[in-house]
Ligand binder design. Structure first.
Ligand code: LMR
Length: 393
């Protein structure tokens, strides 16, 4: 049965963490997987989450099943966080999922059932797991131009030109904020233009919001997708608590569907629940119980918002420090683009070979597509990393 299977290919992000762990060099720097680290290079449990955990442990009386959709209070909290007080809430449905990757797959499977001929358009480049998940769901994938290697910013004109080809059998996947891997986000005017295209040509927007709060703030990071949700007939959204609640290993996320009517949204949810039953039955509860506890308690929520705000500000200051190092120590302004990027990631514009050199010669781990995780830097690494980047460039 198994003897014809080929050797597995390594995951381009997760395999880096293993290689990093096994690297014995003292100077090693992990800029691979998207995990936030503090100035000591640690990823501590957020204080609001620790307090919520004490509360959950003290009050939870059973480990019995929750339900196919997960925790309904968590689900409602996620809709509030993502869509705010949107006028379209009456035609929205939601399920809790095992992380945002779980949400991507559930919605991919839903599309395959609801509209088998769907083509999903991904930005070029996009999160390395987008294409595998969509293809695993049996969907066709196309790419739209997005990132200009020269300016290191979004080329909105090219993006809009490509998306003007997308029609009613198509789904366009957008990054809600903090584009992975580039760090280059579309501006509000581009959200408006993509929305107009969706209304005119009939494609369905699908927004992956994995970093809400890491770009410009919780509300600001959702502004584009909220504008869109108020105007389009149908839309899908995935969201994650891995980064903004630091719950990486708890696999806590949600899949949100906006239907043409409340009935459509409810039917889409019904289908998602049937699919969940045939896949994992129900999502793991612990992370959702923690998030629900934080978001339903004014004091915990305010602690969490402050912590998230501090993380976002630290990312901006690490970007500033890196650009400053290139400018003042090395007299180089051609890395200023790093400052304009949002969230955890930046692409350097390096080839896979240059990324291998960074790893082999300097023990600096970034992803093969040229992505580095700014959140993996500590203030002490800045000068070493800037120097190595210049030696490899
Ligand atoms: C990343 O892009 O590094 C994270 O989202 C981790 C993952 O699941 O790939």
């Amino acid at each position: 049965m198994f003897s014809h299977l080929p050797e597995p290919t390594l995951d381009p992000i997760l395999s880096l963490s293993v290689a990093y762990r096994n690297d014995s060099r003292a100077e090693k720097v992990d800029l691979g997987i998207g995990v936030y680290k503090n100035s000591k290079g640690e990823t501590p449990i957020m204080q609001a989450i620790e307090l919520a955990q004490k509360n959950v442990i003290a009050t939870q009386k059973t480990k019995s099943y929750v339900g196919l959709a997960g925790c309904e209070e968590f689900n409602q909290s996620m809709v509030d966080l993502v869509l705010g007080a949107s006028p379209v809430l009456d035609r929205v449905s939601v399920i809790q999922t095992p992380g945002a990757s779980g949400a991507l797959r559930m919605l991919g499977d839903l599309m395959k059932i609801a509209q088998p001929n769907t083509t999903v358009w991904l930005s070029n480049p996009s999160y390395v797991n987008h294409q595998p998940v969509m293809e695993a769901a049996g969907l066709k994938v196309k790419h739209y131009r997005y990132f200009c290697p020269k300016t290191k910013q979004v080329d909105s004109q090219q993006m809009l030109a490509d998306l003007s080809q997308a029609g009613k059998d198509d789904v366009v996947l957008l990054h809600g904020c903090c584009h992975n891997p580039t760090g280059a986000d579309i501006d509000f005017a581009t959200w408006q233009q993509v929305t107009s295209l969706a209304e005119k040509n009939g494609f369905t927007p699908f927004v992956d919001l994995a970093y809400q709060g890491f770009g410009d703030g919780l509300e600001e990071d959702a502004a584009g997708l909220r504008y869109m949700a108020e105007r389009v007939e149908e839309m899908m959204i995935t969201t994650s608590c891995s980064k903004n609640f630091g719950l990486y290993r708890e696999r806590t996320g949600a899949a949100i569907v906006l239907g043409k009517s409340a009935r459509d949204a409810a039917n889409a949810r019904g289908k998602l629940l049937t699919m969940a039953r045939a896949t994992y039955t129900m999502p793991p509860d612990h992370g959702a119980a923690l998030v629900k506890t934080v978001l339903q308690d004014a004091e915990l929520k305010s602690i969490w918002r402050e912590e998230l705000d501090a993380m976002q500000k630290r990312l901006v200051s690490l970007r500033t420090a890196l650009c400053h190092e290139f400018r003042t120590t090395h007299g180089r302004s051609d890395f200023d683009f790093i400052q304009a990027h949002k969230g955890m990631f930046t692409v350097l514009g390096f080839t896979p070979e240059q990324m291998i050199r960074l790893r082999e010669e300097f023990a600096i781990y970034g992803v093969g597509d040229g992505r580095i995780n700014i959140a993996g830097l500590t203030e002490n690494d800045i000068s070493y990393v800037a120097d190595a980047i210049l030696k490899v460039s």
